[in-house]
Design a protein around this ligand. Structure first.
Ligand code: GLA
Length: 641
């Protein structure tokens, strides 16, 4: 039954609504009712309306970092024209620090590596001349630290000559216990603009570590166990990073900073990173190999509802120019750029640009690929097709009727991929442009077949008539959606996925045979939280939002959308069948529509609301009573029109 509640006529129908809202008797007193906020509560942490772009020393040089090398790459970014394309942050990583001076606990710089830091006087060393130099070149400057007492290099490269030196307390260069002081130094006195905060200090200094056992470093009982969420103190990790955010806001009240969280996807950061950081890593470190590329991309590809203007999933830095992504492997190099751009990931170059061949500069500087990454709508690409070897990822661009799409061959042998109008949510003749070749490649209707070489990613821009003549699916506006509550009661680890080659999957006109695995449970676009197709009592929905009960999504409507409709119900993939759910739509805090209580097996119900002039639409799914395991609920065909 369709039920629309008009905002302006809200009061008189309250009683009518209440009839339907009264939960079944057994649900009375059930706790955990989700309340609307009535406003857009997405945090603004620093400033990055589009994904940050720049360069970082780590993938290129490790801890063998010098001022010359950094400035050399900065100069190359300027001379090659990459700066003009948007690469603006020049970030130093691990290796810059010398020791924490004990008299006043002020950090000292390794001046043999950064000669300009040798300022003398009471400061002794300072990175201000270095940031002055970068700022004078028109760049922004980034620094690196750790949330614990000690750094990653101290744990993982104990023999490196560039490690911090001195007594045990002098070697404690991380933020722990020094957040206010260090942030004031880095952003006040030294004038940095960007900070990457690693987390080895709270993960790798347990009593059993060699450096700890032999007294080089103080023990820090690990708060993070990378592969064991049960052993991880999620709340404490979040709190420590929040202190850094708060210190940055105090130091830079105008919000002119970037806070890059680097705890490798651990501690459930996928859920809280958006409240605490500007960007947050979703996986362990990338390296220039194909397996790592796939893993790091997979770690970000299912988190499309968590990114948006000002807050970005971070699958780690670019390896373009290195190892398997060097000039002898331009197909792989382009694949990383394509995937990172479609995922709206930060584009942080990680190669020595003073030696990069033209072909690599061309990959990093592909203007139409960069434009997809930097599209102002800030949507992350949504998986439209996935099987073990092929993927189609579609990113709705700010211009109506325009989509970027990556057709991706994960395997080391050629394959065929069929792109359809349905993948793109477009209709009629669709014009295609190859963003690597920078040329139009004609139009198609219905479907078009492509042949891809090993490891190839084709990146296209498609323009046509929107499938919804008058509106948009919510899965076409991921950047407008804020996951305010994900409904997850007990966080689960991300699976590490080993995909198989499936010879029986057929062509790619369907949604695909996706790898089936238990997962994390965060809401998804055009899929369930556990990456299945949306389906209610046997009725499948190619498009929509898949959520868990007890979730609340805020949609930044800005008064632009007149009407919301969806077909809703408990998803057939749910593991829990013992509780009913109710779907509620709020507009600026007022209830606009609600479904009946719906149980597993009940047919999908149409739900609709008048959203004209509404600034923030909220989509809430209530559970009638606590469930034995998460209840999967589907907003099938969720759309504005
Ligand atoms: C960690 C981070 C890397 C890099 C190194 C430096 O591994 O994830 O990105 O910063 O530390 O030691």
């Amino acid at each position: 039954m369709a039920m629309t509640i008009r905002r302006k006529a809200f009061w008189p129908i309250t009683a009518f609504v209440a009839l339907f809202l009264t939960p079944p008797a057994w649900a009375e007193g059930a706790d955990g009712t989700v309340q609307p906020s009535g406003r857009w509560t997405q945090a603004e942490v620093g400033s990055a309306p589009t994904p940050p772009m720049g360069w970082n020393s780590w993938n290129a040089f490790g801890v063998a970092i010098t001022e010359d090398k950094v400035l050399g790459s900065a100069q190359a970014i300027q001379d090659s024209g990459l700066a003009a394309l948007g690469y603006r942050y020049i970030n130093i990583d691990d290796g810059w620090w010398h020791y924490r001076r004990q008299a006043d606990e002020r950090m000292q710089v390794r001046a043999n590596l950064f000669p300009s830091a040798n300022v003398g006087g009471t400061e002794a060393t300072s990175l201000r001349p270095f940031t002055n130099r970068l700022h004078a070149m028109g760049f922004k400057a980034g620094i690196y630290t750790d949330i614990g007492r000690n750094a990653c290099s101290q744990a993982w490269a104990p023999d490196n000559p560039n490690l911090p030196e001195g007594t045990q307390p002098e070697r404690e260069v991380g933020l722990y216990g020094h957040v206010r002081q260090d942030i004031r130094l880095y952003f006040g006195a030294w004038n940095f603009d960007y900070i990457k905060v690693d987390s080895c200090g709270i993960a790798h200094y347990g009593a059993d570590r060699t450096g700890v056992a032999n007294g080089t470093y103080r023990q820090f009982k690990p708060l993070i166990h990378e592969t064991n969420l049960g052993q991880t103190d999620v709340a404490k990790v979040r709190q420590l990073y929040s202190e850094v955010r708060d210190a940055l806001r105090r130091e830079r009240p105008r919000g002119d900073f970037v806070l890059s969280l680097c705890n490798w996807g651990s501690a459930n950061v996928r859920a809280w990173g958006q409240d605490v950081g500007t960007t947050w890593r979703t996986s362990n470190d990338i390296d220039p190999s194909w397996g790592r590329l796939l893993h790091n991309f997979d770690s970000v590809a299912t988190r499309e509802l968590y990114a948006g203007p000002g807050h970005w999933n971070d699958p780690d830095m670019l390896e373009v120019g290195n190892g398997l992504f060097d000039a002898a492997h331009l197909i792989e190099a382009r694949a990383q750029m394509s995937l990172w751009a479609i995922a709206a990931a930060p584009l942080i170059i990680g190669t020595d640009l003073t030696r990069a061949p033209h072909a690599i500069l061309d990959v990093l500087g592909a203007p139409e690929v960069i434009a997809v990454d930097q599209d102002p709508a800030g949507n992350q690409g949504v998986i439209a097709y996935a099987d073990s070897e092929r993927e189609i990822i579609v990113k709705a661009l700010g211009q109506r009727g325009a989509k970027a799409v990556v057709l991706f061959n994960r395997l080391a042998e050629p394959t065929d991929i069929t792109l359809t109008a349905a993948h793109l949510k477009l209709a009629g003749p669709i014009a295609l442009r190859d963003l690597w070749q920078r040329r139009d490649i004609g139009t198609f209707s219905g479907r078009k077949a492509f042949h891809l070489g090993a490891h190839e990613a084709l990146m296209l821009r498609a323009t046509g008539a929107p499938l919804l003549a008058q509106g948009s699916y919510l899965s076409e506006m991921t950047g407008r959606i804020h996951v305010a509550a994900d409904g997850i009661r007990v966080p689960e680890p991300d699976p590490i996925i080993y995909r198989m080659v499936d010879p029986y999957v057929g062509d790619t006109s369907s949604g695909g045979h996706r790898p089936a695995y238990a997962g994390w449970g965060g809401p998804r676009a055009d899929a369930t939280p556990y990456d299945q197709g949306l389906s209610v009592a046997g009725e499948g929905f190619r498009y929509g939002l898949g959520v868990l009960a007890n979730s609340r999504l805020e949609v930044k409507a800005d008064g632009k959308f007149r009407h919301f409709t969806a077909r809703v119900g408990v998803d057939d993939s749910t593991r829990s069948r013992n509780s009913a759910v109710r779907f509620e739509i709020y507009g600026d805090g007022r209830l606009l529509a609600a479904s009946q209580w719906l149980s597993f097996g009940d047919p999908a119900k149409e739900i609709a609301a008048d959203t004209a002039e509404v600034r923030v639409v909220e989509l809430i799914v209530q559970a009638a009573k606590p469930a034995d395991s998460p209840i999967v609920a589907s907003w099938g065909n969720a759309r504005f029109n």
